[in-house]
Design a protein around this ligand. Sequence first.
Ligand SMILES: [Zn+2]
Length: 842
Amino acid sequence: MTRRKIWNFLLLFLLCVPILSAQVTSPEEFLGFTVGAEKKLADMIQIVEYFQLLDEQSDRILVQEVGKTTEGNPFIVAIITSEKNQKDLEKYREYQNLLADPRKISEEEAQTMIADGKAIVMVNCSIHASEIGASQMSLELAYDLATKNDPTTREILDNVILLLTPMHNPDGIQMVAEWYRKYLGTKYEGGRMPWLYQKYVGHDNNRDWYMFTQKETQLTLEVHNAWHPQVIVDMHQMGSRGARLFVPPYVDPYEPNIDPILRQEVAMMGTFIATELTAQGKGGVAHSIGFDAWTPARAYHHYHGGIRILTEAASVQVATPITIREEDLSSSAREESVSMPLPWTGGKWSLRDIVEYDYAAAKAALTNAARLRENWLQNFYTIHKKAVTRSEPPYAFIVPAHQRDLSTAVKMLNVLRLGKVEIHRASDSFLVEGHEYPAGSYIIYIAQPYGGFAKTLLERQVYPEIRETPGGPLKTPYDVVGHTLPLLMGVDVVQAEKPFQVEAMLLDKIDAPRGKCNAVESAYGYAWGHATNDDIVALNRLAAKGHSIFWTAEKFQANGKTYDEGTMIVQNREGLLDDIQSIVQELWVCFDGLWADPKVKTYILKEPRVGLYKSWTASMDEGWTRWVLEQYEIPHMSVFDEEIRKGNLNDIFDVIIIPDLGENAIIKGVPETAIPSEYAGGIGEVGLQNLIDFVKNGGTVITLNGGADFAIKHFHLGVENGVRGLNRREFFIPGSILEVLNDNSHPIAYGFERGTALFYRTSPAFVAHEGHCVVKYPTETLLSGWSTGDQHLIDKAAIVDVPFGKGKVILIGFPVVYRGQSHGTFRYLFNAIYYGSAKLAE
Ligand SMILES: [Zn+2]
């Protein structure tokens, strides 16, 4: 380049800089209204387009599409920092990776990175899509950070890298915006949608932070694991009558594996935000109320070096403002207190107010992270240094190679791997506390960066006894209490307290195990087990191909061994062996050739015609059930109120599943005053009679958890819910893992061991005067979590099979597919479905 050209280039550059920054389009210019304006919403498409525009127009903003959501929409994150830092993103990301794993760096290197690094802040907006304020706010926050040059903005941009997720649930934002606009100006304005705002799990999308079942969780994890943020702000909304904004500190208890440094940081950041808002005159900001920090289902970050700052703004009717008189606020929101020194005094409350509170909270978090940048980095490093040098027991967890359901054990290990847990595999057999474990067993050492995450999920929970007042009643937990994955998933795991010697390799990946087929020439058929979820997938695949399949109802001898009742047999025919071979390539299923018909009593199976009841009172249990049925390839259709009201259900279905819904939600549904008429009214008395006729004519109804109350009452079953009517002080189990005993002679318990762990959450427990109790509670039942009054469960049933006319009603009295986590109990549902559509042959 000649000198003149260089000068021209520089001149052009200097001229362009102010023009470019002046050319950043504001949200108002883009949308045609102010962010948070009354009755106006930016939808998912507009938000994505606006961020793409910012990416083009501002050197401070880099927008990445991390992947596609459940419904195939773009899931974006905006990386916002100074122009200078943008050029060094990879360097700062590498610092984070190394500070998170102090085994890889010297103390001196760590100090250099702490001095030179940036604090990483992640702001996640509106995972609960109807809590839409934060997603709107994100436009304004990004624009201001792209354009402002005041000292605070500069301080933030220079010291912080912000990972802004403008929509933590993009699919839901679009649904909520479209529904809101459609009914604007009608009597349904600002009302609820009749479906979930995430295709499968709705509101539970924020309870997926250790199981990682849903796409949006997995995509967030990619960002989180790439950047290891120190501060994560999750922006929600709550009811309308309480405080205007909740921020931490949380109330007790904290889950015990969360580092104390982190807990103090939560308190420090929370009260900093509260102070800033109060200083701006924003009343009604409260901390230390309601929300605890027990379940890891909401707080992946707390095990990965980052604090979770939950904010909960008071809601409006989506974008329609509300007016609340001071006297209508809850008493805790009216009175000044140590956790809320400046109450809000009532009046009009609008989406714009939420936007402004959320904006101020996000800005305060960024300011704190910028000002205390070195403290955040130093503490982040210290937390991980403690983790990798940990010496107190346990030393490790062992997942022995011999598993009843190895495929599910591998799924559990891969869940841990998604959470960045290192897993080793023993090259040789080894001894631990007198027991020998075979080569191929998996080992999870606790002294590793995220050892605390592994420990939390692998050990049994003991919830602390906290009294509401000294000597008073026990304080009940805010959320579920038990999360022991080996129990939930039916995986054998051993906790090793002391160090042991073994040669073991760190694994890059863990492949799903494959099955095998012991073929015989001119076989009568092939037998396989019933003990794993893969066994059922094999059944689904073979049934879909039209093969003749049955379950044996008795034990039998063949190939020199005893096959249990419930053994599955597929009869030989042209093409079967090819179908089996393709199954064993993918699934951990072992087929044995049989020379001859075992000549025992059998259930003849068919591909079941399954209807899953989908109420317009959107049900997360329905969504989770649908998700699990899809994952395990069980054919099914949704069945709506209208179809049940139409009748002739036996022509369409063999089995109808009623998820966890109350009788009113099923029969009466949502009234027409609250929802447009096409969604109102439930199945009605007509639908109820049609369901009764369906079972009388040979159909099967399966109810899940609380759905049993509907069937017991309206089918007049000789079954009672034996814990109904007990108050919370007498009996309360809000989400714990319990032991139950199976009657393995019954098809619903085929393939189970005698004892099984199930998840119990404010569930029924049956006293059956008719039918067959398949699963019962023993004398000692609590395995993990918390319970009050579990003696009320003794000898009551968890699953009952009640004959009704030519059909049956199967009551499964607990969350059998609990949040996609309870792999150990999925088969109760799968078995019930096949059993419900099978015929007993002599
Ligand atoms: Zn929420």
